[in-house]
Ligand binder design. Structure first.
Ligand code: CA
Ligand code: CA
Length: 142
């Protein structure tokens, strides 16, 4: 089993932040800071329509709430962050991580039912899994 360094380091940072938060203040939820509209190596991308088209959101780390993650599009020149959010919009998904499974969850903070997307796997139409427009958070299993 492989533990990706960046994901593990971020998990530790989040744990440290949570520890600090107990004594300082609760940090607000924030959008995935690495999102850039480009679906890169070891990321998972969720798409608004089936067959990986229309708009999408890229995630490298786990994300406990898709409601603050903008969907992106390509305007012909560059990636543009749209105004629509990823929450309950995903109709297809691609996992660009070759060693970790991405797990999409129906509710925030890994709640409700889930859909596992195996390493390097893609699901062109989440309606086939009964998971269309359901994804609201993401975790990883390595
Ligand atoms: Ca988020
Ligand atoms: Ca990216």
């Amino acid at each position: 089993m492989r533990t990706p360094l960046k994901k593990a380091a971020t998990a530790m940072a989040l744990a440290a932040a949570a520890f600090t938060a107990q004594f300082v203040s609760a940090a607000p939820a924030s959008a995935h800071p690495g999102a850039d509209g480009y679906c890169g190596y070891r990321e998972v991308c969720v798409y608004r329509l089936a067959n990986y088209i229309d708009m999408w959101a890229d995630f490298f780390n786990a994300d406990n709430d898709f409601s603050d993650d903008n969907l992106w599009f390509w305007d012909g020149v560059t990636y543009v962050r749209g105004s629509e959010m990823a929450d309950n919009r995903a109709s297809s998904v691609q996992n660009f991580d070759t060693g970790c499974s991405a797990i999409l969850w129906q509710l925030k903070e890994a709640g409700g039912i889930n859909q596992v997307v195996y390493p390097s796997a893609a699901l062109p139409n989440l309606a086939n899994q009964g998971f269309d427009n359901k994804a609201s958070s993401l975790s990883w299993s390595c």
